[in-house]
Design a protein around this ligand. Structure first.
Ligand code: UDP
Length: 457
């Protein structure tokens, strides 16, 4: 009897490829075969960023299909890209599965589509294979997108996702209140069309409803009310395969692992880790202020400055900054983040509150200093600082800047806060318990595996 063969399809963004890759490794541990499908342009980035040596991807078959746009075309405007997914990529996906399944062996038995590629579940249904939706975002996010029809029916938002008036809403009495201007599809950079994101998300959610299984990289204890609102979504997190050595992670940038030996030389709980994921962009003024805040803090730090972190030139640090902090600061282009967060020298995590970063910080008991940039990150900040109480928020001044004094002050406050540290360690225990034998996420994942294997027989 052949093992199940899953085709895993992430949304083409770093914060989606990594958790889909993690899920793939977990499935391989249970005897699955995995074909991991990126768009051609993302596939090229992942291949280019693979370390020259190592990186066990032999068990994962990496493939790609066109997303429907021309190579090199600007993919930053979602209207056109999403339209291409729905018209062109969909056909390529169907074609890929058909060809693969013409053969007598190694047939694809299920499609695991990122929730943000939920339209692909319709392809699975059409091709007669199992469809699974994997939500790489917080359950609080899923709860809102699943309740869009109700929000429209109740007159809270219109057909384009815009609020009919500004108000605080709660999907359930025990969920934190949300200002309607902070609905996820509205918290986006100015150049992005909110209605097109809203319509695409809505399309994905409605299509994903026909999935046989819905999985989410979260755990019940941290968002119970949200899970109760959409009970068919099963928490299987926190996934933390990235702490294992040598596994393919799907990075878009070449990881600089030399920072790990630098961390080995630092005292316990002494280093501030600063990373803003793959999308966040700073203007030059704010970037300078952050650098000067780190300098003013007088603490050791490991700062990830992606090549495209600023809207200007990435190496435009304040005059003399690099020399002044050279003995206590390390700046790199892309880190092995999960290994960094698991390192005993880390004191806290200055983060944009992306969902993966949030789960990774929680899994490692690291307190957060929150600096959200877009989408669900504002809601994640609320959970971190007000619900779970494992971090603090940075505040903008009247000119919209987070000043160096604010950064230094909050770092001092956070590092010295034993209550937040104790609470972070408590949540780390709960997170670990979830994914070890007998834990709720562990059971959900195993039930899913068993069911898929049985269905295969
Ligand atoms: N990440 C990493 N190295 C870095 C910065 C980020 O490996 O230097 C990883 C991080 O561990 C996480 C992902 O990139 O898994 C970022 O996802 P997240 O949801 O936090 O943010 P996004 O990039 O989607 O804004």
């Amino acid at each position: 009897m052949e093992n199940p063969h899953a085709l895993v399809l992430p949304f083409p963004a770093q914060g989606h490829v990594i958790p889909c890759m993690e899920l793939s490794h977990c499935l391989i541990d249970h005897g699955f075969k995995i074909t991991f499908m990126n768009t051609d342009s993302i596939h090229a980035r992942v291949m280019a960023a693979l370390p020259k040596m190592g990186g066990v991807h032999g068990q994962i078959r990496l493939v790609s299909i066109p997303d429907g746009m021309a190579p090199g075309e600007d993919r930053s405007q979602p209207e056109k890209l999403y339209d291409c997914f729905l018209r062109v990529m969909r056909v390529h996906l169907e074609e890929f599965i058909r060809k693969r399944n013409e053969s007598d062996h190694d047939k694809i038995t299920c499609l695991i589509a990122d929730g943000c590629m939920g339209w692909a579940v319709e392809v699975a249904v059409k091709m007669g294979i199992r469809g699974v939706a994997f939500w790489t975002l917080p359950m609080s996010f899923c709860a809102y997108v699943f309740h869009v029809p109700k929000l429209i029916e109740d007159g809270i938002i219109d057909d384009n996702g815009f609020p009919t008036k500004q108000q605080m809403i709660k999907l359930s009495p025990t969920m934190p209140a949300l200002n309607t201007s902070h609905l996820i599809w509205l918290c986006l950079p100015d150049h992005i069309s909110k209605p097109s994101i809203f319509r695409y998300l809505n399309k994905c959610t409605q299509a994903a409803k026909s999935a046989d299984w819905h999985l989410c990289n979260s755990f019940y204890d941290i968002e119970p009310s949200a899970f109760e609102l959409v009970p068919k979504i099963l928490p299987i997190g926190p996934l933390s395969v990235g702490r294992r050595l040598g596994l393919l992670e799907g990075n878009f940038w070449l990881e600089d692992s030399s920072c790990l030996s630098w961390l080995d030389e630092q005292p316990a709980h002494s280093v501030i880790y600063i990373a803003f994921g793959s999308y966040t962009i700073f203007n030059q003024r704010q970037f300078h202020e952050l650098a000067l805040g780190l300098e003013l803090s007088n603490r050791s730090f490991l700062w990830v400055v992606r090549p495209n972190l600023t809207d200007g030139s990435s190496d435009a640090y304040p005059d003399g900054f690099e020399a002044r902090v050279a003995n206590r600061g390390r700046i790199i282009g892309w880190s092995p983040q999960q290994k960094v967060l698991a390192h005993p020298s880390i004191a806290c995590f200055l983060t944009h509150c992306g969902w993966n970063s949030t789960m990774e910080g929680l899994s490692n008991g690291v307190p957060f200093l929150c600096w959200p940039y877009f989408a669900d990150q504002f809601q994640n900040q609320t959970y971190i600082s007000h619900v779970w109480k494992v971090g603090l928020e940075l505040k903008h001044n009247s000119s919209g800047i987070i000043t160096r004094e604010e950064i230094k002050g909050k770092l001092d406050e956070l590092v010295g806060d034993n209550v937040i540290r104790a609470r972070s360690l408590e949540l780390q225990q709960i997170a670990q318990k979830n994914v070890t034998e007998g834990g709720a996420s562990f059971k959900n994942f195993n039930n899913f595996i068993e069911a898929i294997k049985l269905e295969k027989c």
